[in-house]
Write a protein that binds this ligand. Sequence first.
Ligand SMILES: [Zn+2]
Length: 135
Amino acid sequence: MAKEVCPLCGAVAMSRRTQAMSYHYKNHSIVVQQPGAYCDACDESILDPSDLKATRKELAAFKATIDKLLTPDEIKAARKALRLNQGEAAKICGGGKNAFSRYESGEILIPRAASNLLTLLMADKSLLDLVSTGA
Ligand SMILES: [Zn+2]
């Protein structure tokens, strides 16, 4: 692939590829395959929103595990096991109508109260009859 000018160092050494990149969170680290534009001269990288989107679910799962929250896949599995659509789950757990879409894609981490509530409901699905979905 043709190399482009690196906006940081000026070398014609920047190209798009996917490479291993390490991320750190609370003294833990993870290596993910991160697409982006990488400079061979200065080791700088430029990630656009679609590059970040490619790894956000994996990174959200990494952070959620450290913080003892449900991961995006666990949230989706719990919601489906409780036979709730995303809007119904948000009415029970709080958050706007797009909250579960954002939790399940890894766009944002689920709030602890919502994570704990889903965990309790999974432990005893009959508790779903007791929760309020609002007026
Ligand atoms: Zn550079």
